[in-house]
Write a protein that binds this ligand. Structure first.
Ligand code: SF4
Ligand code: SF4
Length: 466
């Protein structure tokens, strides 16, 4: 590690995080394809950035792999039909974020006819590789949803000193990346070769928590066939898969505040994302399905399911035998960073790696008690933030103090809440605190613009009088 740090950030903090129970019940379950659902509802925003714009009309017949929505801007991603059938409606739907978003509903014909014109893209250089990544519809499949083509569009390739492949998969329950590493090692290899060939990536590091020895072995065997690729087995300390945490733990480098991984010489790409890019380049089939871990104490038969994008959560739970008890909480993603949804009709999206249904015992949170100033939340925070102080500042709505405490840096990993013996809702408060800072920033910006506008008007009037 010391050698890694030469000429870099030597003033490193100690490692922080939480020893969460892993509950990787489905790690040994190879993914099983679910039957084609009667219909799919595909949102136009399954990524960060501008929503995609529908290119199909109600009543139109579509085939698997057919474009149904074009990117709505540079930071956006195309969307493809995951089933063959007829477009039933294009309407607003409520997303898990609480916002409404346009979605295309396709009534499936059950035949899964593939678009005949699909063909591998012509990739010959960096530009055509990036075009292929964009056309694949692949976004950060580990959950982030950032369009991968944008992430890889680097102005100066010399900036990229290392690509870090994220195989940490540190969230409890979730095993879809584990299955990618075990079942799709060759696609990951092909993805690495594409990065090495077209982006001249000098060094590739695959970061995996060492509680997945089979993955470490499979990836090490694969890496041995390539040049400049190494596997780093990391301690199982949540959130090992957090971008900044992974960069630090694999290279010893710190992403400066307000900067991007590239400023630390790194690009982080999820292992399933990389495999999906390689599949598209080899086959021409864009991203239309996902491996989703279906688990939680309310689920009868937890397993990994290959689901068409847009399939309802309920159809996946049904495929897993339904519920053993009425779920008290349903989540997109794992229990630490997952998002709770009010019903099971929400669809599988590009960045859905797991859906959980938790029974009474796991879902009901204990009543918080008073802070005892033990400092465990501070000790647990991987970013060295002070969650108890942020909570106090938020309760006073003290935006300046929240800024001084760098509340905006919180990555909402939940380690502080997990560590807190008083069971205070720290991560929830942090989210609200970030919202308060954003709202204050927007207010200040609007005030500054109004002031500038008035100054311009005044200057204009004075000029007219002269
Ligand atoms: S303050 Fe934010 S980054 Fe730190 S532990 Fe809590 S949720 Fe994670
Ligand atoms: S861990 Fe909980 S009780 Fe301890 S200082 Fe933080 S908020 Fe207070």
């Amino acid at each position: 590690m010391e050698k890694e740090l030469e000429g870099r950030n030597v003033n490193l903090p100690k490692l922080h995080g939480a020893h969460v129970p892993h509950r990787k019940n489905t790690a040994g379950c190879a993914p099983v394809r679910m039957p084609v659902p009667a219909s799919v509802t595909i949102p136009m925003s399954m990524h960060i950035g501008a929503p995609a714009v529908p290119t199909v009309k109600v009543g139109e017949t579509v085939k698997v792999g057919q474009l149904i929505a074009a990117p709505g801007g540079f930071v956006s991603s195309p969307v493809y039909a995951s089933v063959s059938g007829k477009v039933k409606k294009i309407d607003d739907m409520l997303m898990s974020t609480g916002r409404f978003m346009k979605a295309v509903t396709i009534e499936a014909d059950g035949e899964q006819q593939v678009l005949e014109t699909l063909a591998p893209p012509d990739v010959t250089d960096l530009a055509s590789f990036l075009n292929a990544v964009r056309d694949s519809g692949v976004v950060g499949l580990g959950g982030a949803g950032f369009p991968t083509a944008v992430k890889l569009s680097v102005k100066d390739l010399k900036q990229v000193e290392a690509v870090i492949i994220n195989g940490a998969e540190c969230e409890p329950y979730v095993t879809s990346d584990t299955r990618t590493m075990l079942d799709d090692a060759d696609w990951i290899r092909q993805g690495i070769e594409l990065l090495q060939k077209y982006m001249q990536v000098p060094r590739v590091i695959i970061g995996i928590e060492n509680n997945k020895p089979q993955c470490v072995k499979t990836m090490s065997d694969m890496a041995a066939k390539l040049k400049n690729v190494e596997v780093k087995a990391l301690p199982p300390l949540y959130p090992q898969g957090g971008e900044k945490v992974l960069i630090y733990n694999t290279t010893g480098r710190i992403v400066p505040e307000g900067k991007l991984p590239l400023d630390a010489g790194a690009i982080v790409i999820n292992c399933t994302t990389l495999a999906a890019i390689a599949k598209y380049v080899a086959t021409g089939m864009p991203l239309v399905e996902k491996v989703v871990t279906v688990d939680g104490s309310a689920v009868k038969e937890p397993r990994n399911v290959i689901a068409p994008i847009g399939a309802s959560m309920q159809s996946l739970f049904d495929f897993c035998g339904g519920f053993r008890e009425e779920p008290r909480k349903v989540l997109y993603g794992g229990p630490m960073m997952g998002i709770a949804v009010p019903n099971t009709e929400f669809p599988v999206m590009k960045n859905t790696n797991a859906i959980l249904a938790l029974g009474e015992k796991d879902a009901v949170l204990p009543e918080p008690t008073a802070c005892i100033r033990c400092g465990r939340c501070v000790d647990a925070c991987p970013l060295n933030l002070m969650p108890a102080a942020i909570e106090a500042a938020y309760n006073r709505r003290d935006v300046d103090k929240l800024r001084a405490l760098h509340a905006n840096l919180c990555m909402e990993c939940g380690c502080c809440s997990f560590a807190c013996p008083a069971k205070r809702m720290l991560v929830q408060t942090n989210k609200l605190a970030k919202g308060l800072i954003m709202a204050d920033n927007a207010k200040k910006k609007a005030e500054a613009e109004e002031k500038a506008k008035k100054a311009r008007e005044k200057a204009g009037k004075e000029a007219a009088v002269k």
